[in-house]
Design a binder for this molecule. Structure first.
Ligand code: CA
Length: 147
């Protein structure tokens, strides 16, 4: 699994990277949106995305990723935000994020949020596949009872 951290606070970025990196988790680190664009590939399953970045808004970058149908379209996104006003939370979720976490946060809580988002993601992948069977050129969809 690969996680992309987009956070311009280098101390925070490195701290998150250190705490999440392990045998199963590869970490990529970007300090602005330009760098993040260059590092986003199909291997990335989750982006931790700061809202206030030097070259733009994380909200806009999130919308950009969700609009694009190609690279990174299935990626999970969790906002790291210093703004805990209701408006900002709504804006983050409206932009297509899976979750948000308000700074300052504990790394244990961050890890729990990441696990929850990835679990939901896997479950929705599974259910998308489980109800559909292909047989002799026909596609049967048992969830929608049609083919
Ligand atoms: Ca920032």
């Amino acid at each position: 699994m690969k996680i992309l951290i987009v956070e311009d606070d280098r101390v925070l970025n490195n701290g998150i990277a250190l705490s999440l990196r392990n045998a199963e988790t590869e970490i990529a680190q970007a300090y602005d949106i330009g760098e993040a664009r260059g590092l986003l590939d199909q291997a990335v399953s989750l982006i931790l995305l700061d809202v206030g970045l030097p070259d733009g808004s994380g909200l806009d970058f999130c919308r950009e990723i969700r609009r694009a149908k190609g690279v990174g379209s299935g990626v999970s996104i969790i906002f790291l935000t210093a703004n805990d006003m209701e408006f900002d939370i709504v804006a983050g979720l409206d932009a297509g994020a899976d979750d948000y976490i308000t700074k300052p946060f504990s790394l244990a809580v961050l890890r729990a949020r990441i696990d929850a988002v990835l679990r939901r993601h896997r479950e929705s992948d599974d259910s998308a596949e489980s109800g559909v069977f292909e047989q002799g050129g026909f596609l049967f969809d048992f969830d929608r009872m049609c083919f």
